[in-house]
Ligand binder design. Sequence first.
Ligand code: HEM
Length: 402
Amino acid sequence: MDAGEAAGILLAPPTDREPDAAYAALHAHGPVLQVSESLFLVSGYDAVDRALRDSAMETFDKEQLDSAWPGWREYRAIALFADSMLRSNAPHHTRQRRLAAGVFTARRVAALRETIAGQVDELLGGLTAYGSGVDLVGRLAYPLPIWVITALLGVPEADRGRFRRLAEALTGVLELHWTEEDRVKADAAADELIDYFAHLVELRRAEPADDLVTALAAAHDADGERLTADELLANLALLLVAGFETTTNLIGNGVVLLHDHPTYAEKLREDQELATAYVEEILRIDAPVQLTTRRAAREAQVAGVAVPAGAEVVLLLGAANRDPGRFDRPDVFDPTRAGPSPLSFGAGVHYCLGAPLARMEAQVALSALLRRFPDLALAARPVRRARMNLRGWRELPVTLAR
Ligand code: HEM
């Protein structure tokens, strides 16, 4: 496969196809491929890392969208993301991020470890009823992150069941390609989430609690210029959706990798301390977020290639993690490897706010799963979700005992 064919595959509508061969072809070509005058694919580790830290490379905020795609405001899912920190540039990004980071603190996250371990135990205990066949996506990889993020936000338990569908629909527009049907579903999900959080904010104003909805609503109420009403709701929806779609995929991807590498699984079962390195390697080789995009606010350089103002740059995080110039035998799962951190949580100002939480959930869930069910095995080869960006397994049918 040459780089042109690789670009064709990566830019085509998403399928369940593995991107490995396309990434290898891009690496053979070089760190950057110019696809057209205004479109670049970046696959080299250093090139992706630097582009993410380059202030000339802006995320698609309202201004960028106005110039690239007039009419975007009709699309409520796109508008929701554009009101959030994910799709804002400085100074609006800095303002929102500071507020969110102020409430989403390392202390709040670290304090959750025991609670997460308890929740994992409960979910694993529930699995024993299904000894002969159970879907781990439905019974563990989804419910755990939903439980954690909804508990942090302060979403009542009774409402938690609806978010898997909403997140799946909303994140459809985070793919490079989406259809009209995807867009309609994403817009409906955006409306539902915004209405939901508007209602919850009202409830918390009347009855404050020790949760993120109360804290962020208070920040808005104190000064609407620091966090507008639209930004408040969009960031709450972002935290919810970013908080579990991705973590679900990290846990699911980890289950399959450990199943396929029983010797390493055995080592992790014996020594939980290894969980940190194992989760880093799972993040590297099977990144739950495979790419992000930027637009050049002015003429810029990426790995020595001139990128004109207004060009779109696709930063292939999943490819960067397999750059043979940075990782020895990049396609091999090796949790003992040394080397740079994977770029799975991005880099620079938009570096994932939830990275410590996601890592902790996966570390606790995977090591507890292995210990509790030493005979865990895939009941059938699982099928990928038809997504190019948010990468995970549609379901994971397993047997728990021989
Ligand atoms: C394995 C799980 C996760 C992965 C792989 C992941 C990945 C990412 C990536 C790649 C970005 C940067 C996007 C860009 O630069 O355009 C990001 C941003 C973000 N993530 Fe995560 N994420 C995960 C879990 C979480 C969790 C658990 C939360 C919250 C509870 C979260 C909240 C956010 C937020 C708020 C941003 C936007 C930050 C900003 O724009 O400043 N993520 N994430």
